[in-house]
Design a protein around this ligand. Sequence first.
Ligand code: SAM
Length: 230
Amino acid sequence: SISTRLKMIVDYIPDGEVLVDVGTDHAYLPLYAIKKKNLQKVIAGEYNKGPYLRAVANVEQQKLADKIQVRLGNGLEVIEKNEATVLTIAGMGGNLITEILNDGYDKLSSFKRLILQPMNGEFALRKWLQEHNYTIIAEQIIKEQDIIYEIIVAEPSETSVHLTVKQQKFGPLLMLEKNAVFLEKWSQELQKRQKILSLIAEHANNQAIETKQERLNSEIQMIREVLGNA
Ligand code: SAM
């Protein structure tokens, strides 16, 4: 059955839209979306041949080839300009997602909503969103089978968007909500940094190490402030 992570992503897809799912792998997201939502059409993009063939087979097996078009290609290359209105990119590193958004930038103007689920690098992704005037309208942090996932939902904004460094790092909405998974993630991140600091303490006479210590200390302070036990 479909993961909670993919279900949550699909929840954010509005009815009546044309969805493109980049990096679709088995096409699980499109297959679930087409059943749950009233979508005009779904395009499932996949860069690698193996996953592409798996997606094609799954879509054909469920007799949904009239509604889900599986296309082989890199990022947004699989669509024409103005062809789609909602974008999902899930299960990839934040840097790769940012690259896909940059490379396909000329096609983004037709999208009302981006639903992104980076596996890491959330900071760089939120920074990209603010620099390109997208507002984060919803965020989720969930834990499934011991892995913590973040979902970021963004829409183009008419006015200029500003996020503080803290908001970019922790998520503007996640840091207000501070749910249990958020507290768990950032307590772990805090401990990781404290551990590195103690491991490198004996090399403190080296300039590069000192710079790293300073960075770790300021990150530790920021995390403590957000966790609320500074
Ligand atoms: N989106 C699915 C999910 O969240 O469960 C699958 C995630 S899977 C880990 C990432 C998929 O993205 C792989 O199938 C990979 O081949 C594909 N991929 C990686 N880079 C891509 C790109 N530039 N364009 C399209 N697909 C890409």
